[in-house]
Design a protein around this ligand. Structure first.
Ligand SMILES: NC(=O)c1ccc[n+]([C@@H]2O[C@H](COP(=O)([O-])OP(=O)(O)OC[C@H]3O[C@@H](n4cnc5c(N)ncnc54)[C@H](O)[C@@H]3O)[C@@H](O)[C@H]2O)c1
Ligand SMILES: O=C(O)C[C@H](O)C(=O)O
Ligand SMILES: [Mg+2]
Length: 603
């Protein structure tokens, strides 16, 4: 069932080769002169050729010398590197925000150049536009705000959304990332400032999935905030009121969804960083009605399952041994429960038994081990609650340390949002578990919320472990030339492919089958040699390549489930007749690549 296809080692160069022959088609513009220079979608700065300057009324508005794209690129990278040099020794947060600012300024000026530098330097720039810096940016968004990005729909806009949606200037929108700001990474309720997350996710969509940046829309649904500090902050840019609850809340989300799909029936909406109750409720409410998914529940599940399957292989076992792995999940929120559901489904498929599929999984939340004796047991956690009689010596609410000592797990997976819960004692107890190769997934974001650091994991749990974190850490120097490899277990390996595959298949909905296909694709991407070294996920440098593969698997699953309605000129029949390789090629062809297009004016 898990089809382990191996890929050639030169994935990155293959991706580069595919794009090196891109010939830019013309781009229609309805503006002239300074209006073009002030529009980052069309602006080329000093890169406008003279003929275009004549055609578009730009002569005299720019210094006479034409600078090539490559020269502009080099000039930006030089300023970036001098900023790095000049901020050396300053506090990390100051350096991170300075880097974010220089990138953001480029974005606001010239999107083509911005996305090219982002794509080509994704390993260095992802930690700035995405986790962890995006967390810091969201915490400070009201103060950092200069130019709006995306759209804001607030509780005060009730009844107006159907007309407001037409205020967005783009004719076509493919991908929307939506948040209500209620659970931003592990940082809690950040209200309207949570817009930083949809912006960061959509930057990753452009970089990883090649979604055209003119067709993305970050959205903030501002229904108030329960963050007292923000409510009292004089610079706070959101509604100064407590969050709407119950029906009042759902009416706002319903109205937004109706408005979006009325204007763009083929768009895909990714729900992001909603507090748990609304994450599950909205997924349930909309997934059979609109093309949408929840990244924290479903994207995270796929990336974690791929990592868990990689761990079994790293232990030198076959995937058939996965059901025997003892896995402790710390955090019973949207992410933890999403991961458990998908992992338990995988075990059930492998063993053919539903009743016992959850037996080797142990779930803890802030009150410790979850058992059937838990008062007010959340129905979503109930399927994973232990029967207290089942485990000798383990009681309701047992601490993580007690659980690790008794269960002797193979895997410790954290999605608690709490930095440091994998303490020295816990990690040392894991070392004693007797597992061939214990794995630690400290998946909470941003960095300070990770359950443990990479260095502590290798120090206390042993050099033999497999380690992954949600935000990036440097590899760990173990001495004697040995390196402790750090994986980034982040849903960025999933959501771009889920969105892209759904888009180019024209899927009506996003089903469990499509998500399973995405996870299987990621799980089978790494070679045995890489896995043996403890490398569970591809390098972020090859994110376009893995995204194309994931996207193509999602597409094929949509076709198999007869949900693919086609995209552009490619109809459902053509999709159905494509070979596996052809689907990957087709997905690649649909990726936007940042290159200056000749601008043609239409009045
Ligand atoms: N790496 C990734 O791809 C990825 C994806 C999604 C979420 N996350 C991270 O996971 C974290 C949780 O996200 P969520 O949406 O599930 O949040 P959530 O608020 O829905 O759930 C948090 C859970 O952690 C539990 N918890 C709190 N303190 C704890 C403690 N001391 N010990 C054990 N459990 C504790 C809570 O009881 C709750 O069950 C966030 O930090 C988020 O950034 C990472
Ligand atoms: O945003 C991320 O980096 C991953 C995830 O969606 C999260 O909420 O932490
Ligand atoms: Mg998230």
């Amino acid at each position: 069932m898990w089809n382990l296809t191996r890929f050639a080692s030169s994935r990155l160069s293959r991706t580069r080769r595919l794009f090196s022959s891109v010939i830019p088609g013309p781009c229609i513009v309805h503006k002239r002169g300074t209006d073009i220079l002030h529009d980052p979608w069309f602006n080329k700065d000093t890169g406008f050729p003279l003929t275009e300057r004549d055609r578009l009324g730009l002569r005299g508005l720019l210094p006479p010398r034409v600078i090539s794209f490559e020269q502009q690129y080099d000039r930006f990278m030089e300023s970036y590197h001098s900023l790095e040099k000049n901020t050396k020794g300053q506090p990390d947060s100051v350096v991170a925000l300075a880097k974010w600012r220089i990138l953001n300024r480029l974005h606001d000026r010239n999107e083509t150049l911005y996305y090219r530098v982002l794509m080509d330097n994704i390993k260095d720039f992802a930690p700035i536009i995405y986790t962890p810096t995006v967390g810091l940016v969201s915490q400070n968004y009201s103060g950092l705000f200069r130019r709006p990005r995306g759209m804001y729909f607030s509780a005060k806009d009730k009844g107006e959304m159907m007309s407001m949606i037409y205020n967005w200037p783009a004719q076509h929108v493919d991908m929307i990332v939506l948040t209500d700001g209620s659970r931003i990474l592990g940082l809690g309720d950040l209200g309207v400032q949570g817009i930083g997350i949809p912006i960061g996710k959509l930057d990753m969509y452009v970089a990883a999935a090649g979604i055209n940046p003119q067709r993305v829309l970050p959205v903030m649904l501002d229904v108030g905030t329960n963050n007292q500090k923000l409510l009292e902050d004089r610079l706070y840019l959101g509604l100064r009121q407590p969050r709407l609850e119950g029906e009042e809340y759902l009416e706002i989300v319903d109205e937004f969804m109706e408005a979006v799909f009325t204007r763009w029936p083929k768009a895909i909406v990714q729900f992001e960083d909603f507090q748990m109750k609304w994450a599950f409720e909205t997924l349930d409410r909309y997934r059979k009605k609109f093309c949408m998914f929840n990244d924290d529940i479903q994207g995270t599940a796929g990336v974690a399952l791929a990592g868990l399957l990689g761990t079994v292989r790293a232990q030198g076992r076959t995937l058939a041994d996965f059901p025997d792995q003892r896995i402790v999940v710390v955090g019973a929120g949207s992410a933890g429960l999403g991961v458990l559901s998908m992992a338990v489904q995988a075990v059930a498929r492998m063993t053919g038994k539903n009743e016992t599929a959850a037996q080797n999984f142990f779930l803890l939340d802030k009150d410790g081990l979850i058992t059937k004796e838990r008062k007010n047991l959340d129905p979503a956690a109930a399927p994973f609650a232990k029967d207290p009689g089942q485990i000798v010596g383990l009681r309701e609410g047992a601490s993580l340390l007690e659980v690790v000592k008794k269960v002797k797990p193979d895997v410790l997976l954290g999605l608690s949002g709490v930095g440091g819960v994998f303490s020295e004692e816990v990690l040392k107890a894991l070392r004693e578990s007797g597992s061939t190769r214990p794995a630690i997934f400290a998946m909470s974001n941003p960095t300070m919320n990770a359950e443990c650091t990479a260095a502590d994991a290798f120090k206390h749990a042993g050099e033999n472990i497999v380690f992954a974190s949600g935000s990036p850490f440097e590899n760990v120097n173990l001495g004697n030339g040995k390196v402790g490899y750090v994986n980034q277990a982040n849903n960025m390996y999933m959501f771009p492919g889920i969105g892209l595959g759904s888009l180019v298949s024209g899927a009506r909905f996003i089903t469990d089958g499509m998500l399973q296909a995405a996870a299987e694709c990621l799980a089978s991407y790494m070679s045995d040699e890489e896995i043996q070294k403890g490398i569970l996920y591809p390098s972020i440098d090859s994110i376009r390549h893995i995204t194309a593969e994931v996207g193509a698997s999602v597409l094929r699953a949509a076709v198999a489930e007869e949900l693919a309605e086609g995209h552009g000129d490619v109809g459902p029949k053509e999709l159905a007749h494509m070979s596996k390789e052809e689907t990957v090629g087709y997905v690649f062809q649909n990726m936007w690549y940042p290159i200056y297009s000749p601008l043609v004016q239409e009045k």
